[in-house]
Design a protein around this ligand. Structure first.
Ligand code: TZP
Ligand code: MG
Length: 217
């Protein structure tokens, strides 16, 4: 049975500044507050990423964040959890190499939903594209403490992936305002960021700054 998510589409421009949530940085605040500030700063797409939240709390939170994304007219993506994505008709799902097989996810989601897949080699990138991915997240392009088991990807591999696939590519992993422009010339469509946004004391300002820098990619 094909789950009918909302009809969506994605292009490189939507991926310019891809924010991913992380409750590790909440500090007495709510995720919705933080996400609003991030969207006010100009994130162009948002992914909710929850690793340990009970399903019912994840669902309620996802609805709240989805409403914000609608308000700011940007795509709303759910990390890994296809059931939640389907239940609330999210714009799409993002899966890693260790998660459910991308082809299976595409079959379950149907043609219209956005499917993002993580890749750290040219082979993984090509397979993800064949399996029906709409975009790739490639990294970690810089050292990061946010995801302990992240593979590392060199600039050369990032560039080769961008040259090889025809779907848009976002770089991820350790990206900050200090190193973002090192990715210039790689061919990426955008950058995906957790801590440089959500660990910031001023989320709106941090997001704005990153967005400005992505204009120069
Ligand atoms: N996948 C590869 S690196 C990474 C993920 C989810 C973590 C990105 O977080 P940060 O804080 O932007 O380095
Ligand atoms: Mg995953």
């Amino acid at each position: 049975k094909v789950l009918n998510l909302k009809s969506s589409n994605i292009n490189g421009k939507d991926l310019q500044l891809y924010a991913i949530t992380d409750r590790h940085w909440l500090n007495e605040r709510t995720l919705a507050e933080q996400v609003r500030e991030c969207l006010e700063g100009g994130a162009t797409i948002l992914q909710i990423r929850e690793k340990n939240l009970p399903e019912n709390e994840f669902l309620e939170e996802a609805k709240e964040i989805q409403a914000l994304c609608k308000e700011f007219k940007i795509p709303f993506i759910v990390n890994d959890n296809i059931n939640i994505a389907a239940e609330i008709k999210a714009d799409g799902v993002h899966v890693g190499q260790e998660d459910m097989d991308a082809k299976k996810v595409r079959d379950m989601l149907g043609e219209n939903a956005i499917l993002g897949v993580s890749a750290s080699t040219v082979e993984e990138a090509l397979k993800a594209e064949r399996d029906g991915a709409d975009y790739l997240g490639v990294g970690a392009v810089f050292p990061t403490s946010t995801k302990g088991d992240a593979d590392s990807v060199t600039f050369e591999t990032l560039k080769e992936i961008c040259e090889t696939v025809s779907i848009p590519v976002v770089a991820i992993g350790g990206i900050s305002a200090d190193n973002l422009l090192k990715l210039k010339g790689s061919g990426i469509d955008g950058v995906s960021v957790i801590s440089a946004i959500f660990a910031s004391d001023d989320i709106t300002a941090a997001t704005k700054k990153l967005k400005e820098l992505t204009e120069e990619l």
